[in-house]
Write a protein that binds this ligand. Structure first.
Ligand SMILES: Nc1ncnc2c1ncn2[C@@H]1O[C@H](COP(=O)(O)OP(=O)(O)OP(=O)(O)O)[C@@H](O)[C@H]1O
Length: 271
């Protein structure tokens, strides 16, 4: 696996966060979270159900404001969402239902990057090819399988050419075979684009397979339990893969009964 640059692109410094509803505030969700994400790395986030994984990437995305501490991207404090950060969610219904796949991307490029239509079509077509969904360019979202919808959502996010791709359980609702294919393809896309990927997952195996680093959050309020270097554990049959998987499982064993149930035996990845 290639190594990311040794230069932080995202930094969280003592970030604490609660949800604000008018004058009322929720319980603390993130507590004193400090971490660095290197430019060009694949950074995975795991933790117990409901601990605050989505909250953390939304804070990086600029959708939530820290109550204490600071989130910076490229050294600049994050105040709001920006085109340097693109999201892919678990939900299959991320695309506009009334636009074709191609038009979904063209529209995003026109609104966000103010590209002329011809240029937007060329760029959209390039990224549809890259994620292998060009054949569906003229289809509407309801005509696509779940896997194709996720490919299209990924193409739209990549077409914005963000510095950071923020992915919230992007493969969580897919069948095992499609999920494995998309994991492999995400690695290929990452090699071709070098984009920094921050990905939330419930799967230890996915985290170890894809990640250079895996952040393990504690149960509520979420604190950093450990950041594990998994950059040498891409090979599913390797002792490193099994050792990291077991280590992560042991970290979570008292935190989340859903993760305890997950098998740590390496998946057979479909090539
Ligand atoms: N808008 C909101 N207002 C108040 N509380 C919220 C809001 N959104 C999320 N929460 C709470 O914040 C906590 C963390 O939620 P979050 O979605 O970040 O967790 P998660 O780890 O991503 O969850 P999951 O494992 O289910 O995907 C939960 O207790 C949740 O109920």
């Amino acid at each position: 696996m290639g190594q990311p640059d040794k230069e932080p692109i995202v930094q969280l410094s003592h970030v604490s966060l609660a949800y604000q509803h008018g004058h009322a505030q929720s319980a603390t969700i993130l507590e004193d979270v400090t971490l660095s994400i290197q430019r060009g790395e694949k950074f995975m986030i795991i933790g117990p159900s409901g601990c605050g994984k989505t909250t953390l990437i939304k804070a990086i995305g600029g959708f939530l404001k820290a109550r204490q501490g600071e989130v910076t991207v490229n050294g600049v404090p994050v105040k709001k969402p920006g085109p340097d950060r693109a999201f892919v969610f678990q939900d299959f219904e991320q695309l506009f239902a009334w636009r074709t796949v191609l038009d979904n991307i063209v529209y995003a490029l026109q609104v966000t990057k103010h590209l002329p239509r011809r240029q937007a079509i060329d760029k959209a077509s390039f990224y549809l090819e890259l994620v292998d969904v060009a054949a569906a360019a003229d289809k509407y979202p309801h005509m696509l399988s779940g896997g194709m919808k996720q490919r299209a959502a990924l193409a739209r996010a990549l077409a914005l050419e963000p510095d950071i791709l923020l992915m919230d359980e992007p493969f969580g609702a897919l069948d095992a075979i499609t999920r494995n294919q998309l994991q492999l393809e995400l690695n290929t896309i990452w090699r071709r684009t070098g984009v920094t990927i921050v990905l939330v997952t419930h799967s230890i195996q996915e985290a170890v397979f894809l990640g250079h680093h895996v952040l393990v959050l504690s149960s509520s309020p979420a604190r950093v339990l450990e950041i594990v270097d998994t950059s040498q554990a891409e090979d599913l049959d390797s002792p490193a893969f099994t050792a990291h998987s077991l280590h992560l499982q042991s970290l979570l064993v008292r935190q989340d009964k859903d993760l305890i149930r997950e098998q740590v035996v390496p998946l057979s990845i479909v090539q």
